[in-house]
Design a binder for this molecule. Structure first.
Ligand code: ACO
Ligand code: LMR
Length: 600
């Protein structure tokens, strides 16, 4: 891998660190990336499905998941994991991600992961060919392409330090703070950086100086490299060896901080866990000397480093960089109160899930109401066999005469002088678990029974325990002798056009048992619709969780609601046309059993 990140790189951000994510998205907007650099967030304790962020003046939704596995499955192209878990969890999160696979880079921000675990984690990553940045780091950046979290600070800082577009220096430091400082120094004394990594301050970090410098050696954008080492450890000597062996040929500037250590009587532990010399050759002085002897450009002091950068950069005579156009992140932004993901009325013509209304409404388009439902309810264009099925369902349940409970209520309401909408709502409010609203329940329970391999007998026993009649079974007037021809029609349609109907096949074995007990315990129209919808969604490739979500949100009953509204309105208009008077129920049809009230 020559380049750590490109303009297409996307990350999964572990932990809902909204400030850091917003900074990444502000960066993306500034450099005009096509896709946001954060594809998903892992937020184990959040119940939400997404988090809103600004993308320039607008807002976007970044999906959130409870686990890394779910996030990776939903966003497989995201090959960077930004592990912002605490030091207690960071090891497990990294190891799990390595197990899941598909990550090329994992950045770990936590400081203080137990050293034994850090070594195991780093070794596993190395064995899997995964670049680890950290632990104990702010991360890295490929200017103009991808920026990790808070690297570079605010967007103003970033632009001032020319981190919004690629320069020619490859920068490797241990420290995050000094990384920002050096980016600024490089932007003033040279043309900025091409790629930069703060490898982290812990004693055992994943990728070390040499790993990053060797990658930069093969990255054509990098023309020279700047290494900021520090007292402690011997990693700088590996760089010296690589230069001696000819593995690094680009000019390297380097400085080891911590030269002040010699003024202390005893060994000094600087800020980083790894910043302490255990032997003479680990001191900053010794390392600076050895690097200078190996031909690395080593300044006299840190203060002299800017001059050294200028000197090396100018000696390369690189072509000046064409400054790219950038977007400016607005300073005042307003968060939106509502979200709409199904239709858009902002253009000349409103759209249903991206389809202009005329492209589905006019007869010449060949589209029907099934297409409109598939777009507006499911945000997908279903194939014809499925949209035709939806239409068949709507037409099938449009009405079942005036005697059914919902139509009766709508008629009584209309006769009380109420409007179409009031009477319709009365009818709709009658739809429920016994009448027309057993479709979701049928899908839920039959799917549960089939998923769990329950035999029809076991299923009946299970429902008895639940204490409710099996949704989708039974009818007041329809039975084996007086079969419901609507059910027959739906089944015939499915047999002809569905790729397969496994749940219906199972339901029919249940029906065989219930009708053997009582002949009206047939698979009714609600049951048939609910079960066939599950078969339809499975055939359309929906995941089980998606289907469960359709069921639990009441999607299936909605088919009855839409279809039967047509019939209810018909009955209401019938009442109005006939100018029927107010209805009063005949008293002789009521059993009055009212006792004289007892005194308490
Ligand atoms: N599962 C198990 N047993 C049932 C079921 C069922 N779904 N439905 C009725 N039974 C049993 C009853 O427990 C009762 O048993 P019992 O005689 O031993 O006491 C017997 O059958 C008769 O019960 P009723 O409630 O009187 O049956 P009825 O014919 O009046 O009810 C109804 C019909 C309401 C549809 C009922 O079968 C039911 O609740 N089904 C489940 C809900 C459902 O699917 N509704 C949608 C119907 S279709 C539509 O509305 C568009
Ligand atoms: C309907 O479609 O309304 C029915 O199946 C219910 C009924 O009582 O006929």
């Amino acid at each position: 891998m020559a380049q750590l990140f490109t303009r297409d790189t996307q990350a999964i951000f572990w932990n809902n660190n909204t400030t850091a994510i917003q900074r990444m998205l502000d960066y993306d907007y500034t450099i005009k990336r096509d896709k946001p650099s954060v594809a998903a967030i892992v937020a184990p304790t959040s119940s939400g499905k997404f988090e809103k962020f600004f993308y320039g003046p607008d807002e976007i939704m970044v999906p959130t998941f409870k686990t890394t596995a779910e996030a990776k499955a939903a966003q497989p192209q995201a090959d960077v994991l930004l592990n912002f878990a605490s030091f207690r969890t960071a090891y497990d999160v990294t190891m799990e991600a390595l197990e899941i696979g598909g990550f090329s880079t994992i950045m770990i921000t936590a400081e203080g992961i137990p050293e034994r675990l850090a070594r195991k984690m780093n070794a596993t990553a190395r064995a899997n060919g995964v670049v680890v940045i950290g632990p104990a780091t702010v991360g890295g950046i490929a200017p103009g392409a991808f920026k990790i979290a808070n690297v570079g600070g605010t967007i103003t800082n970033i632009v001032n330090s020319k981190l919004h577009r690629a320069g020619s220096c490859g920068l490797v430091t241990r420290s995050g703070g000094l990384f920002n400082e050096l980016s600024n120094i490089i932007s003033i004394n040279a043309d900025g950086i091409a790629e930069g990594v703060a490898i982290g301050g812990d004693r055992f970090v994943g990728s070390v100086f040499i790993d990053n410098l060797l990658r930069m050696e093969s990255n054509p954008q990098v023309k020279y490299m700047l290494l900021l080492g520090e007292v402690g450890g011997i990693e700088e000597y590996k760089v010296i060896d690589a230069i001696k062996e000819g593995k690094i040929t680009k000019p390297v500037i380097a400085w080891c901080i911590g030269t002040i250590a010699k003024y202390y009587d005893s060994g000094v532990q600087f800020g980083h866990a790894g910043a302490s010399a255990n032997a003479e050759r680990e001191t900053a002085e010794a390392k600076n000397r050895a690097m200078s002897e190996a031909g690395i450009y080593v300044p006299e002091s840190f203060n002299d480093l800017p001059n050294k950068i200028k000197e090396v950069y100018e000696s390369l005579h690189l072509a000046p960089i064409q400054e790219p156009e950038m977007n400016v992140v607005p300073t005042v932004r307003r968060s939106k109160q509502f979200i709409c993901t199904i239709s858009d009325d902002r253009g000349d013509e409103a759209t249903y899930a991206g389809f202009p209304i005329s492209s589905v409404a006019l007869p010449s388009t060949g589209k029907g109401i099934g297409d409109v439902i598939s777009l507006l309810w499911f945000k997908k264009q279903y194939p014809k066999w499925a949209t035709d099925f939806i239409e068949t369902v709507l037409k099938t349940v449009a009405d079942h005469g005036p005697a059914v409970s919902g139509a009766h209520n709508a008629k009584v309401t209309a006769r009380a002088g109420k409007s179409v909408v009031e009477s319709l709502v009365t009818g709709l409010l009658t739809i429920g678990p016994r009448f027309g609203g057993a479709i979701d329940g049928a899908a839920q329970y039959f799917k549960y029974a089939d998923d769990n391999g329950l035999s029809p007998k076991e299923f009946l026993g299970y429902m008895k325990n639940e204490g409710i009649p099996i949704p989708g079974i039974g009818h007041r007037i329809k039975s084996l002798k007086n079969p419901d021809l609507r059910v027959k029609g739906l089944m015939e349609y499915a047999a002809e056009y569905f790729p397969s109907t496994p749940l219906l096949d199972y339901a029919r074995t249940v029906e065989a048992l219930t009708t053997s007990k009582k002949e009206n315990l047939i698979l009714n129209v609600d049951g048939t619709i609910g079960i066939l919808m599950v078969d339809m969604w499975r055939a359309l490739g929906y995941a089980e969780e998606e289907i469960d979500e359709f069921i639990s949100s009441g999607t299936l009953n909605a088919f009855f609601i839409v279809g039967r509204s047509i019939g209810f309105i018909g009955h209401i208009l019938d009442e109005k046309r006939l100018e029927m008077p107010m209805y009063r129920h005949p008293m002789d049809d009521i059993l009055y059993d009212v006792q004289m009230a007892q005194e308490i």
